[in-house]
Design a protein around this ligand. Structure first.
Ligand SMILES: NC(=O)c1ccc[n+]([C@@H]2O[C@H](COP(=O)([O-])OP(=O)(O)OC[C@H]3O[C@@H](n4cnc5c(N)ncnc54)[C@H](OP(=O)(O)O)[C@@H]3O)[C@@H](O)[C@H]2O)c1
Length: 283
C-alpha cells in the first residue's frame, strides 16, 4: 500500500472513528481522496454529514458512509461493529482516532471518562473487528495516542473505574493515552505473523475541538503551540498508508517517524495486564 498515487487506496476499506471534525475529518477525507471506501464512525450524524458531503464532492474519491458510534457506551460500540460486519466488506484500515481531553465524568459503561472513551471504546471496537481485519490482511490498526502519555506514571486500576478525580481531567487523559500506546504494542505482539500491523502516534499539538473542555488559561497556553488539523493528520496518514510503515508494527510515531514512547509505555507486562483487565471488564 502506498500513498504516492492518487488512487493508491482504490479497493481498500477504512473505518475512522471521530471523523466528523479535527484530525479524523482530514484523515477520512485524505483516505477517500486516495480512493479508499471510508466509513465515518461518529456520535452525531448531524455533525458528520458535512464531512460526508465534503468527501462526496471530491472527484474520484472513494465512497463514504456514516456509522453511529458512541465509544463511551459498549452497546453502541457493538452496534457499530455489527453494522460494519453486516456489510460483508473487508477492513484494511481501522483508525482509532476519536478522543476527548480535559473533560470530567464517567462513561455510560462506567469508566473514567477519558479512559472509557479513548481506551475501552476502541479496545472493544478493535476486538469486534479483529477477525475481519485478519481476513483482509494486509491490514493496519492505527491508534491516535498523544505525547501526553509521557506524563502518566502508570495505570491506577481503581481510578479508571471511577469518575474523573482531577479538576482538569488532564492527568486522566494522559493515562488514557498511555493505555492507547500499551494497547497498540500488545496488539502487535498478538497479531505477529497475521499480516495485520499496528501503530500508535502523537499527531502534534493540533488546533482542533479536542481542547474544548480544557479551562481557558491552560487552553490559551496550549494554543500558542498549535499546528493545523491537516498537519496533524500527517502522522496518522503515514502510519495508515506508507510502504515504510507497512514493514513495521507495534511502534509509536511522532512527526511520521518511530519514536521511543515512555518507559512505562514499553512495559510489556503492564500492556498484557491492561489487555487482560480490559477483556475482563467487557464480560
Ligand atoms: N488536538 C491535539 O492537539 C491532539 C494532541 C494529541 C493527541 N490528540 C488526539 O487526536 C485524536 C483526535 O483529536 P482531535 O484533535 O481531532 O479532536 P477533536 O477535533 O475534538 O475530535 C475528536 C473526535 O472524537 C470524537 N469523540 C469524542 N468522544 C467520543 C465518543 N464518546 N464516541 C465517539 N466519538 C467521540 C468527537 O466527536 P464529537 O464531535 O461528537 O465530540 C470528534 O469527532 C484524539 O484521540 C486526541 O486525543 C490530539
Amino acid at each position: 500500500m502506498t500513498a504516492s498515487h492518487p488512487q493508491a487506496l482504490a479497493g481498500r476499506v477504512a473505518l475512522v472513528t471521530g471523523a466528523n471534525t479535527g484530525i479524523g475529518r482530514i484523515t477520512a477525507r485524505e483516505l477517500a481522496r486516495q480512493g479508499a471506501q471510508v466509513f465515518i464512525a461518529c456520535r452525531s450524524a448531524e455533525r458528520a454529514q458535512p464531512v460526508v458531503d465534503e468527501i462526496r464532492a471530491i472527484p474520484g474519491a472513494g465512497a463514504v458512509e456514516l456509522l453511529p458510534l458512541d465509544l463511551g457506551d459498549f452497546a453502541s460500540v457493538r452496534r457499530c461493529a455489527q453494522a460494519f460486519l453486516d456489510r460483508g466488506l473487508p477492513l484494511h484500515l481501522l483508525i482509532n482516532n476519536a478522543g476527548l481531553a480535559g473533560a470530567r465524568g464517567a462513561t455510560a459503561s462506567g469508566f473514567e471518562l477519558a479512559f472509557g472513551t479513548n481506551h475501552m471504546g476502541h479496545f472493544l471496537l478493535t476486538q469486534l473487528l479483529l477477525d475481519r481485519l485478519k481476513a483482509s490482511a494486509p491490514a493496519r490498526v492505527v491508534t491516535v495516542a498523544s505525547k501526553a502519555h509521557y506524563r502518566a506514571p502508570g495505570i491506577d486500576w481503581n481510578a479508571v473505574r471511577q469518575p474523573t478525580k482531577s479538576s482538569t481531567g488532564l492527568p486522566e487523559y494522559g493515562v488514557s493515552k498511555l493505555a492507547n500506546v500499551l494497547f497498540s504494542a500488545e496488539l502487535a505482539r498478538r497479531l505477529a505473523g497475521s499480516g495485520v500491523t499496528t501503530y500508535s502516534l502523537h499527531p502534534g499539538v493540533v488546533a482542533s475541538d479536542v481542547w474544548r473542555s480544557v479551562p481557558w488559561p491552560l487552553r490559551s497556553l496550549i494554543k500558542l503551540m498549535m499546528i493545523s488539523p491537516e498537519q496533524g493528520a500527517a502522522t496518522t496518514l503515514h502510519c495508515a498508508t506508507s510502504a515504510e510503515a507497512g514493514r513495521e508494527s507495534g511502534l509509536y510515531y511522532d512527526r511520521s517517524r518511530p519514536k521511543q514512547p515512555s518507559a512505562v509505555a514499553q512495559d510489556a507486562a503492564l500492556a498484557a495486564q491492561l489487555w487482560k483487565r480490559s477483556e475482563d471488564w467487557l464480560r
